[in-house]
Design a protein around this ligand. Structure first.
Ligand code: SF4
Length: 444
């Protein structure tokens, strides 16, 4: 069904303006529903007939679901825009490391363990791998699945023939949701049956858009809901074209047959460097699950940071909670350094102070997630606000030194801050966080 306009949706709503959905009018709610920014379930008064029509029209153009196991989730789908600046992307693509059943248990363990243990804190966000892929390659598939599950609790993608997948699934706890791959024009009925039996997501593989659409319709007709599109194209051009075509059709035309997350296999492209480059392309262009054959912390970090940069909401800066933070176990004689709650600002300052070894208090003010200069220009970081937060967080109770250090770019605030905080010695720090260690050693 083509997307409905706000007016078309409005005509199917009760039009009583009762406000139970927390919108002032049914029309306001209809407009939000048309933009796919709210759920139809917020209106408790919609008729059954309208609900049936609207549920389909208001469903996200890319079906959301998550692979799940033991508390881990790899979410995909739920995207509503083609370009991140139009609104935001929602479901970060998971990086999945692949092993083969032809590998020994020791080889599998050596490959899986460092990837499973990998976790890095990036501006307060934990970066980690999404899960693992076990691919049949002439070995003992069930044993390989069970070896991986013995090492990691992360979500799994199982790639093999129907019999191999059955054997692999038999080793798993039935509570988890895995992905099975691949349903093709030849085996789709048996694969669909298996996916339904295990409530698994099913990757469908096809060479062309037409074949993908035909397969998608057949598999959906067989009752499988959580599909994943797996284009056979593995190179740079082919992957880009296939991913972009499917996503454009889903979002611009609301074409349900292609409205599913996509899986790509950069691991099939050859060298580790080409694999990393193709994975970066897949992160930028619509992949939901990215299968790699190589793991190294430096490549994983680069890919996951790229992913964060693309998948954070451009309208919502990443923020840390305002408050008074301790760095290097400060006592009452330590200075108080002031900064804002924009994550990157906070972590730049905190990292430099921490590496300096100088005990310090860090007063993180609520600047709505803006950096120091932006917040100052927007009137969110001034002497009055800083003084208010000094009081709000009882900073004076923690320190005797009464030294408060402004960021160098806002030296202009020092006079006003002295007036606001007459008991404090107001100092001006360096303009750049990188100069904080020298400043703390010499000037404070
Ligand atoms: S709850 Fe339904 S009927 Fe009431 S205002 Fe919202 S959309 Fe209209």
């Amino acid at each position: 069904m083509a997307a409905l306009s706000g007016i078309q949706i409005y005509k199917m709503l009760p039009q009583t303006n009762c406000k139970d959905c927390d919108f002032p009018t049914c029309l306001a709610f209809a407009m939000k529903l048309a933009a796919k920014q709210v759920e139809l379930s917020l209106c408790p008064h919609v008729s059954e007939e309208s609900e049936a029509k609207l549920s389909e029209a208001s469903a996200p153009p890319v079906r959301p679901f998550a692979l799940k196991s033991n508390g881990y989730e790899a979410k995909a789908g739920n995207e509503i825009v083609l370009f991140r600046h139009e609104k935001t992307f929602y479901s970060r693509p998971g990086l999945f490391l692949r092993v083969y059943d032809s590998q020994s248990a020791e080889e599998i363990k050596a490959k899986i363990t460092p990837a499973d243990e990998y976790m890095v804190d990036y501006v307060g966000i934990e970066l980690e791998m999404g899960g693992f892929v076990v691919q049949a390659n002439g070995g003992d598939f069930a044993k390989a699945v069970s070896t991986v599950r013995g090492i990691s609790h992360r979500p799994l993608i199982l790639v093999g023939g129907v019999d191999e997948l059955k054997a692999g699934l038999a080793t798993l706890n039935g509570d988890e949701k895995v992905m099975l791959a691949h349903a093709t024009a030849e085996n789709w009925e048996a694969m669909a049956t298996l996916a339904k039996e295990h409530d698994a997501a099913l990757a469908i593989e096809a060479d062309s858009v037409d074949e993908m659409v035909a397969l998608s319709e057949k598999v959906q007709g067989a009752g499988v809901k959580d599909l994943v599109l797996s284009p056979t194209q593995r190179g740079f051009n082919g992957t880009l074209t296939a991913n972009t075509t499917a996503r454009r059709m889903a979002i611009k035309k609301n074409f349900r047959a292609l409205g599913f997350p996509i899986i790509n296999f950069p691991g099939d492209v050859g060298s580790a460097s080409r694999e990393a480059t193709l994975a970066a392309q897949a992160i930028g262009k619509y992949s939901g699950f990215i299968v790699l054959d190589n793991f190294s912390p430096e490549v994983a970090y680069a890919l996951l940071v790229l992913r964060e940069n693309i998948y954070t909401d451009p309208q919502k800066p990443i923020q840390v909670t305002p408050g008074i933070y301790e760095v290097n176990d400060p006592g009452p004689d330590a200075p108080v350094l002031v900064t804002t709650n924009f994550s990157i600002t906070y972590f730049s300052v905190a990292n430099e102070v921490e590496s300096s070894g100088s005990p310090s208090w860090l007063l993180v003010t609520d600047a709505e997630g803006m950096s120091v200069l932006t917040a100052w220009a927007a009137g969110k970081f001034d002497a009055e606000i800083i003084a208010k937060q000094v009081k709000q967080f009882n900073v004076a109770d923690k320190v005797d030194s009464m030294k408060i250090v402004l960021p160098g770019h806002t030296a202009v605030l020092s006079g006003e801050l002295e007036e606001e905080l007459p008991d404090w010695k107001v100092m001006v720090g360096p303009r750049e966080a990188v100069d904080l260690p020298a400043f703390l050693k010499t000037a404070v």
